[in-house]
Write a protein that binds this ligand. Structure first.
Ligand code: SF4
Length: 285
């Protein structure tokens, strides 16, 4: 039986992208290949908030108690090594039992599963077949991987996803979505490591893929346009969303309307981040 290191497992409303408003189970795996310390910082500068919190990580025993940050990655504890003790390693059976406990009817009905991170398409790809093949997971019809779009799907996992998409026994099709939050230079990550069009084009072979860009400034939008051109040139056909920056409400409220107007002006989709106004982006939402 496979195991996963789980940063969070909770039930909420999907706040972003295609499934905005859909009741969803969020499985947040531990680990990321990026740090995104540039978010919310002047260009060229990197946030030290996560590092500073890491130095006092021993003061926190639960995710719910962790402070929110206004710069850098808002889910820092899902990859920062200083917080790894908050993320247990669980068998897929134990994860399924926990999912059944948090689903309102103790079984899958209209809810959707979001596998997020960190970066959920790192080595954890090996464990998902065990998780998704569990008898109690057979009612699940829709799944989203929230990825930064840098990780290729392994051959084994690709072939599993093809099988998973068609439930032979009950003869229904399942929906697989890749919500790709590609990291622009405002994240602090390098373009050549973050914008990998071929990887994202490949996702379209296994399900629906869309791009989601976090926008704070006009420069971010100019960067997004360059990235969109690169993805389109590589053959990417999916939708593109613009989403306001802001893990904390004050920052979000300053630019959500501007980003919506920008999306309208360019004929792109707008994604809110409902978890901020609804739940203040607390851990577990
Ligand atoms: S890719 Fe996502 S989880 Fe990883 S550091 Fe960036 S924002 Fe955080």
């Amino acid at each position: 039986m496979s195991k996963l290191k789980i940063a969070e497992l909770f039930y909420s409303v999907q706040g972003e992208g295609r499934y905005m408003g859909v009741p969803s189970v969020f499985l947040r795996t531990f680990g990321c290949n990026f740090k995104c310390a540039g978010f919310g910082m002047p260009r060229g500068e990197l946030s030290t908030e996560a590092e500073e919190l890491g130095e006092v990580a021993h003061l926190y025993s639960k995710y719910e108690d962790l402070p929110l940050v206004s710069t850098g990655c808002d889910s820092y504890a899902s990859w920062h090594p200083d917080f790894k003790n908050l993320s247990p390693v669980l068998t897929t059976d134990a994860i399924v039992e926990r999912i059944m406990e948090i689903l309102p009817h103790g079984e899958w009905r209209d809810e959707h599963l979001v596998i997020t991170g960190g970066e959920p398409l790192l080595g954890w790809q090996r464990a998902y077949p065990d998780l998704l093949s569990h008898p109690k997971m057979q009612g699940l019809k829709e799944i989203t991987f929230e990825t930064n779009g840098t990780q290729e799907i392994s051959e084994e996992f690709a072939s599993y996803l093809h099988t998973w998409a068609h439930h032979h026994e009950h003869n229904f099709w399942r929906e697989i979505t890749f919500s790709v939050s590609a990291k622009l230079p405002c994240s602090g990550e390098k373009w050549e490591e973050a914008i990998l069009p071929k990887v994202v084009c490949d996702y379209e072979e296994y399900g629906t893929a869309y791009l989601k860009f976090v926008i704070a400034t006009e420069q971010d939008f100019a960067d997004a346009e360059c990235a969109i051109a690169a993805y389109r040139t590589a053959g990417f056909e999916g939708h593109v969303y613009l989403m306001p920056v802001g893990g904390v409400e004050t920052v979000y409220a300053m630019n959500n309307r501007n980003v919506a107007l920008l999306a309208m002006k360019h004929g792109l989709r707008y994604s809110d981040r409902l978890q901020v106004p609804l739940f203040k982006n607390e851990w577990g939402t």
